[in-house]
Design a protein around this ligand. Sequence first.
Ligand code: IMP
Ligand code: MG
Length: 181
Amino acid sequence: MQADLERILFDEAAILRRLDEIAAQISNDYRDRELTVIAVLNGSLVFMSDLMRRIPLPLRLDCLSVASYHGRAETTGEVIFKQVALPDVVDRHILILDDILDSGQTLAAIREKLETAQPRSIRVCVLLQKKKERARPVDADYVGFEIEDEFVVGYGLDFMERYRNLPCIGVLRKELITQSN
Ligand code: IMP
Ligand code: MG
C-alpha cells in the first residue's frame, strides 16, 4: 500500500504529536463545558479515535454519515445525508470532526444542517486543510495541518474506499488516480 504513495507527508509520530497539541487546545477551550463530538464518517474515524482519547473532559460522541465524492477524486458539490435522524444537538456544545477541508461543501452543509437544530455552540475541527479557494467558505476552528491542493490518503482518508488503514498520510501517485477513472 505504501508503495502507492508518491511521498509521505506526515508519519504516525508526527500526526500524534500534532494531536497532542490540538487536544490540549480543545481541552482548555471547553474546560468548563460538556462537549459533544460529531464525527463525520468514514474519513474522520481514525482521527476521532486518537483525538478523543487525548481530551480528558466529559464528552459525548455521535457520528454523521454523508457522501460527496461518489468514488471519484473530484467533488460533485452534491451532499447526500445517508442518515435520516440527525444526532440530538439541542443546547449542546458541538465539535464537528472531519478528515479534510477541501472544497468546503461537506462541512458547510453539515454546519448549516446542525445549526437549525439549536445547539448551544458549533465549532469545526479538521485534521487537514487544503490551501485553495473554496466553493463555500468554511472556517475551521482547529486545524491539524495545512497542505497543498493534492490528493492524499491514509490515516482514515481513502481513494475509492482504499488506504484508510495506512498509519501515515501521503500523496497518492497520480497515475493511480487517472487509471481508475
Ligand atoms: P469537500 O466537501 O470538498 O470539502 O470534501 C470533503 C470530503 O472529500 C472529505 O471529507 C474527504 O472524504 C474527501 N476528500 C477531499 N479531499 C480529499 C483528499 O485529498 N483525499 C481523500 N479524500 C478527500
Ligand atoms: Mg472519502
